[in-house]
Design a protein around this ligand. Sequence first.
Ligand SMILES: Nc1ncnc2c1ncn2[C@@H]1O[C@H](COP(=O)(O)OP(=O)(O)OP(=O)(O)O)[C@@H](O)[C@H]1O
Length: 259
Amino acid sequence: MTNLAIAGDSLAYSPRSGRNLLEDVSISVADGERLAIIGPNGAGKTTLLRLLAGLQGPTSGTVRLYDRDIRAMRPVDRARLVAVVGQVDQPDHRICVRDYVGLGRVPHHGQVKKTDDRAIVDAALVRTGIEAFAGREMGSLSGGERQRAQIARALAQEPRILFLDEPTNHLDPRARSDLMRFVAGLDLTVVAVLHDLHVVPEFATQVAVVDAGRIVACGPPDQALSRETVQRVFGIDLFRLPHPVENRQVTVFDIPSQL
Ligand SMILES: Nc1ncnc2c1ncn2[C@@H]1O[C@H](COP(=O)(O)OP(=O)(O)OP(=O)(O)O)[C@@H](O)[C@H]1O
């Protein structure tokens, strides 16, 4: 036994026709760690997340979750271990928020009493701050509220690993930071594809930088998010500066003026 939550080894993926979208990607995530996958549009981030979550099989290579080969897991066992909040989730607009969050309990049906299921759904609604919307239809929520409902559904699933694909998409700047702090406070292993580089240093314990289907830098945020890597991969600049008021450093991303 290791304390690895996720071990992806020599992963490659290419659709039936076409180029390799991922090549020779190996990554491990320790139990309780929070991995941010970053990279430019089309780099292969979502593809990597889908392979690690078992939503898609690799063309070659293996994924192990808590020492078990993901290919040998029954879907229901995987769903008790892994919850995914994807970029596109369009539930029936008429389903009410409570019932939508309750869908997270499906993999556990028959495992616990219905009253426990209800208590777990209630707790997920409270934790994500959407209990006031419980009776509303999903179609009536704002983008940010729907995002929280999706996370509540994932929490109701009681996973050990939470996968998030661009979870801050619909959120205003303060809500982005609040959400990632909230997720960091969960006692879970988390893998998140993030476009907003500002939230990465405070959220992630590990960062994987993906470019053109390969991991080009991986490590703690202050190492993986180096100025050189950010310049090369994103074409922007990075500065770590003393905070003007507080006794800490801030990471500033800047688009060079000569662009
Ligand atoms: N099934 C597929 N067949 C062909 N090409 C695909 C397929 N799935 C993804 N791609 C292509 O692979 C590349 C990587 O896609 P992916 O969604 O993993 O990128 P990403 O880094 O998450 O991008 P973004 O930041 O824009 O969401 C893209 O160019 C995409 O068009």
